[in-house]
Design a protein around this ligand. Structure first.
Ligand code: ATP
Ligand code: MG
Length: 333
């Protein structure tokens, strides 16, 4: 039996942070053994924020090295760069004919970005979910490992896939389902600034590549409150976020210890932050070492990208041929 197909990508708009790792990459590592995985670097998606050519190239190389340093294995998974597989852009064009302004404007991620960057509300941002749908369905993916922030975009991918199937009365595209690491809910890793989501464009990331000194500084500066005065009181959002991060990187006994201290009103946030910083560093330091090593090896990075492009191209080309046939494109020569 053939393995189920998986697609997921990350934009090369900055270094990978803990949100990317625990929202997506951790699932990649698990899935690469038993699924047919396509993991890509979404450089075309990143154009919505207008990177300079130099930043774009550096970002792609960095994220490729970071994927590999995390343990994504090019012998197991297909690792590729989005712009190397131009079939996706063709499918994106076709899907756009069937994507409606109203539904695109209502997408939460579009509304958020339009609000935070009113001077750059470009059409690429509006049709982001269409390109994302093309990325996924061009390989006929059944599963997509992503974080909670992508839940709605993934729902749109299902909508566009289903719409194509219905319009042309066929079952070409499976409807892609979310995949989570532990089979539970999709996760959202919070930032340390009291905001909801850790993100590259939120400017609140703790990066896998980050120097331990800087990680300590960031964690120690995290927002807290004056501390609980009543036993078992509800935590403020910023404090809850610290506990969420602790649950992600620390051992259960550490979490239990600080939970009890909070509930008894004996918590010292300084101690909690010190522990959190050291546990983050224990996790990131070996990855950082590997990133530094891999970045030195341009020949290896080139080989991985070339092999990935070939494999992804093969799969995308096969689907696009079927799509064109179904739509009714016929060569007259
Ligand atoms: P940008 O700010 O440029 O959108 P990002 O930090 O949101 O960058 P993406 O490249 O958009 O990162 O997302 C890559 C993957 O990481 C997606 O699967 C996304 O769901 C996941 N991800 C990003 N941030 C988080 C987070 N805070 N918690 C869980 N998953 C996340
Ligand atoms: Mg994002």
């Amino acid at each position: 039996m053939s393995k189920p197909i998986v697609v997921s990508g990350i934009r090369p708009t900055g270094n990978l942070h803990l949100g990317n790792y625990f929202g997506a990459v951790r699932s990649f590592l698990k899935m690469q053994h038993d699924y047919n995985c396509y993991f890509f670097i979404a450089d075309v998606h990143s154009l919505t924020t207008h990177p300079t050519p130099g930043n774009l190239q550096a970002g792609v190389k960095q994220v490729l090295a970071e994927y590999l340093a995390c343990g994504i294995d090019p012998e197991l998974a297909t690792i590729f760069i989005q712009s190397d597989v131009t079939e996706v852009m063709e499918l994106y064009t076709f899907l756009n004919m069937n994507a409606y302004l109203g539904e695109l404007e209502r997408t939460t991620s579009f509304k958020d970005k339009a609000r935070s960057n009113p001077e750059n509300v470009n059409a690429g941002l509006l049709t982001y979910p269409v390109l994302m749908a093309a990325d996924i369905i061009i390989h006929k993916a059944q599963f997509v490992p992503v974080g909670k922030d992508q839940e709605q975009n993934l729902e749109m991918a299902r909508k566009f896939a289903g719409r194509f199937n219905r319009m042309y009365n066929n079952e070409l595209f499976p409807l892609p389902q979310p995949f989570t690491f532990d089979g539970g809910d999709m996760i959202k890793v919070p930032g340390l600034d009291g905001s909801g989501k850790m993100g590259k464009s939120e400017g609140n990331g703790i990066f896998l590549y980050e120097d331990p000194k800087d990680i300590r500084k960031k964690v120690m500066r995290a927002v807290t409150d004056a501390g609980p005065t009543e036993p078992n009181s509800k935590k403020a959002d910023a404090v809850e976020n610290l506990f969420t991060l602790l649950k992600i990187v620390s051992t259960p006994d550490v979490v239990t210890h600080f939970e009890a201290a909070y509930n008894n009103c004996e918590i010292r946030y300084g101690d909690l932050k010190k522990q959190l910083a050291e546990d983050i560093i224990d996790f990131t330091a070996p990855i950082r070492e590997r990133i530094l090593d891999i970045l030195k090896d341009d020949v290896y990075l080139g080989k991985v990208a070339k092999r990935g492009a070939e494999k992804a191209h093969e799969s995308a080309q096969a689907t696009l041929k079927e799509v064109k046939e179904i739509i009714g494109f016929r060569r007259l020569y």
